[in-house]
Ligand binder design. Structure first.
Ligand code: NG1
Length: 408
């Protein structure tokens, strides 16, 4: 099975606990029976190393799937229905395939991400099957580590009819993204679903969001990937995110009036942007400048990862953060403080805000020996500076979503 994880003690323990909870759950309805043994699927969250607000501009991103994951233990059944329990929330929700339509817009509950995936799979002509299951998650919610995309990708595995041909990870990610765009009503790019679907252990993924293809870039050995959560609210995010998208679209429209062939900011380089700057409202010019240069920084970062050029990585992360703060204006005092603290710690190679911004997390590349020093510096200084409680996660790049084959 693609991306199958082989069993190890923690895998087996987690699987056993989830399966036991599923089997002990009352409420197996009379009539159609769940068929076959309990199966297990998993899907990781992700952190983006660099390439922010580029995915919806048909640009480049460099995320890694991380060992913060959603797992679902489930049994397929012959009802056109999903009934799923969240172990964390102790909450059971269900939906029927019959009522699925994008008019159900808006995520009123976590189950809507599962329903969105079922809707999008069916729309794409993929057969789906109902199941009853129990899930748990180690991805912090609302912190920008893509718990929604992970839930979608885990669901795509649980909903799939066994033995049916499965689209490649990029195509499956595009299907789930369509579900999130059209059914849930979140206008996200493809990065989150793609990273969760296609992750490769020990690697970041260079994803070309124009053609939905990826290559891998090795994580430097000897460096840890550290995510620091600011604990600050991302309330403004949805409207500000959509405003940024519209500003980019306006930039494309105005540049394309003079430059035939420009379809997205991906088609614009720095020279073209300068030639056309006078046509753009000042704020739109700044948004475009961020995106155009960020694409270039992604390519430079991949080269730096491959060459082990840590100084270059540090400069590129710093430039990305400054651009998100000053040109794209999606950072926050909390994100700035977190990056500030991180880069003052010897052994921290690179640090920047990650995800949409307005709160959420930073991502840092850190020499292993400096992991604890970073954690201590954050715990000692961040709360004093912001009044908020930080969280520090040391994460590893893992494989993308798939079935967990126990004992393999
Ligand atoms: P976060 O904020 O990490 O969920 C969002 C988008 C991505 C991408 C980044 C910015 C959603 C669900 N995801 O990520 O597609 O555009 O912002 O690079 O909105």
């Amino acid at each position: 099975m693609t991306a199958g994880h082989t069993g190890n003690p923690s895998t087996a323990g987690r699987a056993a606990a989830l399966s036991a909870r599923l089997e002990a759950r009352p409420g197996m309805p009379p009539g159609p029976k769940a068929s076959g043994p309990v199966r297990l699927v998993r899907a990781p969250g992700r952190v983006n190393l660099i390439g922010e607000h580029t995915d919806y501009n048909e640009g480049l991103v460099l995320p890694a799937a991380i060992d913060r994951e959603i797992w679902i233990a489930f049994q397929g059944w012959d009802r056109p229905e999903v009934e799923l329990t969240s172990a964390e929330f102790d909450d059971t929700r269900s939906f029927s395939f019959e009522g699925l339509s994008p008019e159900t817009r808006g995520a009123k509950s976590w189950i809507d991400y599962v329903a969105a995936t079922a809707w999008a799979m069916r729309e794409a002509g993929l057969p789906i099957r109902g199941f009853r299951g129990v899930m748990n998650s180690t991805i912090p919610i609302g912190s920008g580590l893509s718990s929604s995309a992970a839930l979608e990708m885990a669901s795509s595995w649980a909903l799939a009819v066994p033995g049916a041909p499965r689209p490649d990870p990029g195509a499956m990610a595009a299907i789930a993204q369509r579900g999130e765009n059209r059914y849930v009503g979140v206008n996200c790019g493809i990065m989150d679903q793609f990273a969760s679907a296609a992750g490769m252990a020990g690697n970041a993924l260079l994803i070309d969001c124009r053609i939905n293809q990826f290559t891998t870039a090795p994580m430097p050995t000897g460096l840890s990937l550290v995510v620091c959560e600011t604990g600050s609210s991302r309330k403004l995010e949805a409207s500000a995110y959509n405003t940024r998208r519209s500003e980019c679209e306006l930039g494309v429209k105005l540049i394309a009036e003079r430059e035939p062939g420009v379809r997205a900011l991906r088609d614009v380089d720095e020279a073209m942007l300068e030639r056309n700057r006078d046509r753009l409202p000042e704020v739109v010019a700044r948004r475009c400048e961020h995106v155009v240069r960020e694409d270039a920084r992604v390519m430079a970062s991949v080269a730096a990862l491959r060459d082990g050029d840590l100084d270059a990585l540090g400069r590129l992360f710093a430039a990305s953060h400054a651009s998100l703060r000053d040109l794209y204006e999606v950072s926050s005092p909390e994100l700035d403080a977190m990056v500030d603290i991180a880069v003052s710690v010897p052994g921290v190679i690179a640090s920047r805000m990650t995800g949409a911004g307005f709160g959420g997390c930073t991502v840092s590349l850190v020499e292993r020996r400096a992991e604890e020093a970073l954690r201590e510096a954050v715990l000692a200084q961040y709360q004093k500076r912001t009044g908020l409680e930080p969280r520090v996660y040391i994460v590893a790049a893992v494989d993308g979503a798939g079935e967990v084959i126990l004992g393999a």
